[in-house]
Design a protein around this ligand. Structure first.
Ligand SMILES: *[C@@H]1O[C@H](CO)[C@@H](O)[C@H](O)[C@H]1NC(C)=O
Length: 165
């Protein structure tokens, strides 16, 4: 009886600590970005960066800035895939762009999710899939740049090192 109770308590503890601290139950990342520039500019920067990093060459010195594939692109929605250079894991990424303040500003809801169904941790790869495009295209330096996310909605965000992952 006591043993059963302990096992049960243990399961509860493990379950709740995962729910509380480990972030999403599947490796994925959701980020909200805000820009003080029109969505048209954000759109063009992201699409050209995805195209630039199509081949393996961006990763010859390490990192993950390569093997992006554009699936579809309109000024409201961009869909792409990213493949990790060595293990060949595939992540689906998307950007939804919404103008505000009479088209002078842009709100981007970005999502990256691992296709591998059992992936729970990712060293922040899903975050870096998105962030590397923002950083590489110079959008992180643009007017009014602001990022909103957290470990709750973005796997291992706080420990991500996008130079590596
Ligand atoms: C990220 O990794 C690179 C390469 O290993 C290292 O040089 C750098 O210091 C790391 N950055 C952080 C913030 O840990």
């Amino acid at each position: 009886m006591h043993l059963v109770r302990w096992v049960f308590a243990g399961l509860l503890a493990v379950g709740s600590s995962e729910l509380c601290c480990a972030g999403p139950l599947h490796a994925q990342c959701k980020v909200e970005w805000y820009f003080g520039i029109p969505c048209q500019e954000v759109y063009e920067s992201l699409v050209s960066q995805i195209k630039k990093w199509r081949t393996m060459s961006g990763c010859s010195l390490g990192g993950q800035r390569c093997l992006y594939k554009l699936l579809s692109a309109s000024v409201h929605f961009i869909a792409a895939k990213h493949t990790t250079p060595f293990k060949r894991y595939v992540d689906d990424i998307s950007f939804r762009l919404v103008s505000y303040h009479f088209f002078t500003c842009c709100h981007v809801s970005a999502m990256s999710i691992s296709e591998t169904w059992y992936a729970i941790t990712d060293h922040g790869t899903n975050y870096c899939n998105l962030y590397n495009l923002m950083e590489g295209s110079g959008l992180t330096e643009s007017r009014g740049y602001k990022e909103v996310t957290s470990d709750f909605v973005c796997t291992q965000r706080s420990t991500a090192n996008c130079t590596v992952y």
